[in-house]
Write a protein that binds this ligand. Structure first.
Ligand code: URP
Ligand code: ZN
Ligand code: ZN
Length: 466
């Protein structure tokens, strides 16, 4: 089966031109001007942008907070309608079990046969007692070449101390495994949270008060220091402050392989959302916390200048009514995290491309190309090139819509961008050549997504001597 996408404007991270894309058996066979037409089907993309399907390297389909669990892969069609064709999920090591077994078992039960977009995994080290550091060398062979460590969340089973971070990095660097950190100082947050509660400050807004920028900056600098000591690359997830960006920027200027991402919500939502009345603020409780305008502006400058390298959703499908209300009398019990995998492209196109803050090529780079490279899947995902998987979005820049939880596939009772006027939408989305979104609606099938094993030595190892 072959088909030709004709007359569109093809946008990659490095190029933008009018042309056609020929697809055969799920792969991109040819790209060019006026390709001759002997395809089985022709799709006219006149007036549309033809872009690679997004890679969202930071989604949570199994995250648990205070016993409350997010929605899983059964909601991954929401990623598809939002133009994301590959998601990368964080899987916790089960206590007493190896990391690979933990991910393998999770994958068989929760992703295979369920996912509606392609998927990969990051491991989360939670139990150093299993000899997990020695297991790191085997991760690439299993297709899981990335590991996240949570410096935040004191007292929770997934919290990692500096010893765990250093040992992980020491091992990881010899096998091309990329260590990622959630950089916030857990002890200081704990102290500040207790101070708030003692004063009777229990509302969602105090989530942000107890997680000021400095706790992120300190942990980012510390993680970079550990990486420097261990002579290892590092990737900092969900960067939200100027100080953390500057730490990453300084490190790279020194020639260190230190990279980072931010998320859609840190670019578009601010701290004042947490002050919304009637517990609405709980919808915006995520960690790090939402910031003020100066940080937001600096993040835009950072993605424009490549100081930060990717934009993820950090998607967490918690309900507001049932789950966020766990923290009605104490903000510390509000499950951390907000939904967003469906809205990453539309929100970034509207606030970034339409305003001229970033170019379409930069958006493609941050949304698809670089995330694929960071996670060792850049040889087949995140780019429109010959031989790549035919994961393609046909984006209609003239469509206008209002974001609402009512029309969302994320499976939760609220949307962080409720009422946001979105410009454009993915009109059609192809997953390995299969049409899974038509006129903005999901038309694919459960289980159509496939596991994509990552290769070691992702982008953070570029230029690192081996
Ligand atoms: O608040 C957040 N981000 N929840 C998800 C877990 C994490 O820290 O990434
Ligand atoms: Zn995190
Ligand atoms: Zn996260």
């Amino acid at each position: 089966m072959s088909f030709l996408i004709k007359n569109g404007t093809i946008v990659t991270s490095v190029d933008e031109f009018k042309g056609d894309v020929l697809i055969k058996d799920g792969k991109i066979l040819a790209i060019g001007e006026k390709l001759c037409n002997n395809a089985d089907e022709v799709i006219d993309a006149k007036g549309m942008y033809v872009m690679p399907g997004g890679v969202d390297q930071h989604v949570h389909f199994s995250f648990e907070f205070n016993g409350e669990k997010v929605r899983g892969f059964e909601t991954s069609n929401a990623a598809a309608v939002g133009g994301t064709t590959t998601v990368i999920e964080f899987v916790n090591q089960i206590e007493g079990k190896g990391l690979i077994d933990s991910i393998d078992d999770y994958r068989k039960e929760n992703a295979d046969g369920i996912a509606m977009v392609d998927y990969s995994f990051h491991g989360v080290i939670t139990d150093p007692s299993t000899g997990v550091f020695d297991e790191i060398e085997k991760l690439p062979e299993a297709g899981y070449p990335t590991v996240k460590l949570f410096m935040a969340y004191k007292g929770m089973f997934f919290h990692a101390d500096d010893d765990t971070i250093a040992k992980s990095m020491e091992k990881a660097k010899d096998f091309g495994v990329t260590i990622m950190v959630h950089a916030e100082n857990a002890d200081l947050i704990d102290l500040l949270q207790k101070n708030c509660i003692e004063k009777g400050n229990i509302e969602p807004y105090y989530h942000a008060v107890s997680r000021p920028p400095i706790v992120e900056v300190e942990a980012t600098e510390r993680a970079i220091s550990i990486a420097k000591l261990m002579d290892a690359p590092l990737y900092v997830v969900h960067v939200s402050t100027k100080g953390a960006v500057d730490a990453i920027k300084r490190a790279r200027a020194e020639g260190l392989p230190i990279y980072g991402e931010t998320c859609t919500h840190y670019l578009t939502l601010n701290k004042e959302n947490l002050a919304k009345p009637d517990f609405e603020g709980a919808k915006y409780v995520c960690s790090p916390a939402l910031r003020e305008q100066d940080d937001i502006d600096y993040l835009w400058t950072s993605i424009k200048n490549n100081w930060l390298n990717a934009i993820s959703s950090d998607h967490c499908g918690f309900d507001w009514e049932k789950q966020k209300h766990m923290g009605k009398n104490d903000f510390r019990n509000i499950p951390n995290g907000a939904p967003g995998m469906e809205n990453r492209l539309g929100v970034l196109w509207t606030t970034g491309v339409e305003t001229g803050r970033i170019s379409r090529k930069q958006l493609v780079d941050l949304f698809a190309t670089t995330p694929a490279k960071i996670n060792g899947i850049g040889h087949r995902k995140g780019h429109i090139g010959v031989g790549y998987d035919a994961d393609i979005i046909i984006y209609n820049p003239n469509h206008k819509s209002k974001i609402s939880a009512k029309n969302s596939l994320q499976g939760v009772d609220y949307n962080s961008y409720e009422g946001f006027e979105q410009i454009g939408r993915p009109e059609k989305v192809f997953l390995r050549g299969n049409l899974i979104v038509e006129e903005g609606k999901y038309i694919g099938e459960k289980g159509q997504g496939k596991f994509i094993p990552g290769k070691p030595y992702g982008l953070c190892y570029d230029g690192v001597k081996r």
